[in-house]
Ligand binder design. Structure first.
Ligand code: AHR
Length: 520
């Protein structure tokens, strides 16, 4: 009797839950016969600055910590990051990079200079996490090092010696010093940042001034690792555009187009945060559809920013020899109430997951130029993958999207055609659905489908395919988050498609990101 009553109550509860509204079905045609450029795995890169608890607490807990660690680097975070196959980590900043002096972060920890982190909260920076610790972290998670040198307050000689210290093989004083500090073998530096935001926190330089500095740093900062001499050569990234700082990209490209033999670059950066207005004031939680639409609408501008930066670069480099590195991107919202505002700590909702997927799709559509990108930032800062509190750790919706997108790393774009129309959210119009497809090295085709609609489900039919299986990420609300107490509210679940005469059909829940492999 009791069981019958429970079953009845459960049925009534289901009937009382309003079914999600349905939007019309969408057809997504994939053109596998016309392969596009490769989606460079480096666009799934991360950014870890000495900022708030991004490094201290988030990555580094110290060798004597009760939190399980390997040589001071927390093991739970390493395990979680390994699943993302993180291709590269940009370090030590950010604005911090232009106040960083590498010698402060090597040698016995107790002798390292304690400085003030003047950009981020004015807190003491112990330099306990320096070059050796960063390289160890990168190796533990299997990522390449993207090292940004200090053009703002450092010298070209300092930068040159730092990269020599990291990469020189043997028999030089700096290689011997590195060996004496515990690492005889040279490390690789596959990506080198020539400064950071030198129009702002990196020294407020005019574009002309920056170009002259950048040329000297490019000239003298040499990579001596024999394994990077012929292949895997270090890519040097000059500072480019942010917001209206178009002159940087223009002047850098102009200088490069007539450069002499002694200096060169392989890419130009672009920074773009989604803020909903400056200074950042939109809450990271407790918002509704209007604020969802403001953020999603703004983030889609990444597409036109990339088109504009590409157009400038095309003028000087029509063969697309240089790449764009979107080496800071993501949502910058108001800080978690009660946290140090200088620590840029914010929660991460289903909206962030959708924002991440839309930006990754834009990078795929610009794969001919965009070959490096670094979401800001990796742990505990801005749009983070992971949040920690002491020994606790939680994976964010953005983490899950990055995990779901792993098959797109180094996959070749397969052009898609679809017309899902627009969606009105309050006064704003958003695309209803977004999609990309790509073929991985084994020939498997992968599709990402984003249902931007906060309230209504839809379905996508892919003609010419018979099966689809993968993961879907959705949540009860657009502002749903994972917390230390409820870590799996926003977590992927398995999804598969249904075959019919018209192809394979996948049902997309409202506010969702779906990644499936499709087969004929
Ligand atoms: O990611 C936070 C800060 O944003 C970086 O330090 C800086 O480069 C940018 O302005």
């Amino acid at each position: 009797m009791k069981t019958l009553k429970h079953a009845l109550l459960a049925t009534l509860a289901v009937l009382a839950t309003p079914a999600a509204a349905q939007q019309p079905a969408v057809t997504v045609a994939i053109d596998t016969a016309r392969p596009g450029p490769v989606i460079d795995r480096n666009v799934f890169g991360q950014f870890a600055e000495h900022l708030g608890t991004g490094i201290y607490g988030g990555v580094w807990v110290g060798k004597d910590s009760p939190i399980p660690n390997v040589r001071g680097i927390r093991s739970d975070v390493v395990t979680a990051l390994k699943a993302l196959k993180v291709p590269n980590v940009r370090w030590p900043g950010g604005c911090f990079a232009d106040e960083y002096h590498w010698r402060d972060g090597i040698g016995p920890v107790e002798k390292r200079r304690v400085q003030v982190n003047s950009n981020w909260g004015g807190v003491p920076e112990s330099n306990a996490f320096g070059t050796h610790e960063f390289m160890d972290f990168a190796e533990q998670i299997g990522a390449d090092a993207y090292v940004s040198v200090n053009i703002g307050s450092g010298t070209a000689a300092e930068a040159a010696q730092w990269i020599e210290y990291i990469t020189a093989e043997k028999d030089t004083s700096l290689a011997k010093e590195r060996a004496a500090n515990g690492h005889p073998a040279p490390w690789k530096v596959p990506i080198l940042g020539l400064g950071n935001e030198n129009w702002g926190c990196g020294g407020a330089m005019s574009a002309d001034h920056y170009v002259e500095e950048m040329k000297r740093f490019s000239n003298f900062t040499r990579n001596f690792n024999p394994a990077q001499r012929e292949k895997d050569k270090m890519k040097r990234i000059a500072v480019g555009w942010d917001g209206d700082k178009l002159d940087y990209t223009e002047q850098v490209m102009k200088a490069w187009s007539t450069h002499v033999y002694s200096w060169d670059i392989e890419g130009v950066s672009l920074h773009n945060y989604t803020t909903g207005g400056w200074p950042p004031h939109l809450p990271a939680t407790g918002f509704g559809n209007d604020e969802y639409a403001i953020v999603i609408g703004e983030t889609l501008k990444m597409d036109s920013l990339l088109a504009r930066q590409s157009a400038i670069m095309d003028k000087y480099d029509p063969e697309k020899k240089l790449l764009i590195a979107v080496d800071e991107w993501g949502a910058w919202l108001s800080p978690t109430p009660g946290s140090n505002p200088g620590f840029l700590q914010q929660q991460n909702s289903m909206r962030d997951g959708i924002l991440a997927a839309l930006n990754l799709n834009i990078f795929a559509r610009h794969a001919d130029r965009v070959k490096i990108a670094n979401i800001a930032q990796m742990i505990n800062v801005l749009q983070a993958m992971i949040l920690t509190d002491g020994g606790k750790m939680v994976l964010t919706p953005t983490y899950h999207v990055f995990r779901m997108y792993v098959p797109f790393q180094d996959a070749q774009v397969a052009p898609v055609r679809f017309d899902a129309g627009e969606l009105a959210v309050g006064e704003r119009k958003l695309p209803r659905v977004d999609a990309i497809a790509a073929k991985d090295k084994s020939g498997q085709v992968w599709v990402s489908l984003v249902n931007v609609d906060p309230d209504a489900g839809t379905s996508v039919t892919i003609p010419g395919f018979r099966s689809a299986s993968g993961d879907v990420l959705t949540a009860p609300r657009v502002d749903s988050v994972n917390t230390f107490d409820a870590p799996s509210l926003v977590a992927p679940r398995a999804i598969s498609g249904k075959a019919s005469a018209s192809g394979v059909t996948i049902a997309l829940p409202p506010r969702s990101v779906t990644v499936v492999k499709v087969s004929k």
